[in-house]
Ligand binder design. Sequence first.
Ligand code: GRF
Length: 221
Amino acid sequence: MRRLKLGVMISGNGSNLQTLIDACENPDYPAEITIVVSNRPDAFGLERAESAGLPAIMVDHKTFDNRTDFEDTVHNILKDHGVQLVCLAGFMRLLGTDFVNRWKDRMINIHPSLLPSYKGLNTYVRALEDGVRFAGCTIHYVRPEMDNGPIIMQAAVPIAQDDTPETLATRIQGYEHKIYPEAVRYIATGAVRVSGNKVIFGDPTMIPSKGLISPKPSNLS
Ligand code: GRF
């Protein structure tokens, strides 16, 4: 089986990296990680990569005079490792238009909200303040505008009345870890294609037809 070569870019804890590492350990999984790139020296994800025996490179953006030089360096590392799909997994730096366009439809990101709602930071706090019933997470192809691009997969997570940003984050991250390896699998197996600003699944039966209601509806009518 030909496996899609992944380059995973991180800045911190790397729990999503870990789920991809775990998925790729299964020889039947249609992807493999060929390089992990961190822009921060203290990213715990670097230790996760090392423990898994994966090549990992730290490219500290602070040591570059400008963004172009930093991104050219990262781009060359990804190319040198034969990367076919870039997976942003908690990579906390905005990427410039040139870099994003070089990886158009070959770079995906995970964001902790139901995009296009709650782009940017502090998504859990903002969702709790607004009192919305559902929060969630999104995997999407990356476009130059922040937290934008064709959406591949989402998980909707009901918000509990006693949720704090921490409890909500924990629950949403549990779903992040379920959907990231699945989204990569769909791409690797050719189950999805990009059409304009949308992602189309070849098999429409993969889309569930049932909705989710919160709070639970009363059985009394
Ligand atoms: C995740 O919540 C992801 O949605 C966001 O950054 C966080 C990264 O967590 N983009 P981790 O480093 O994968 O643990």
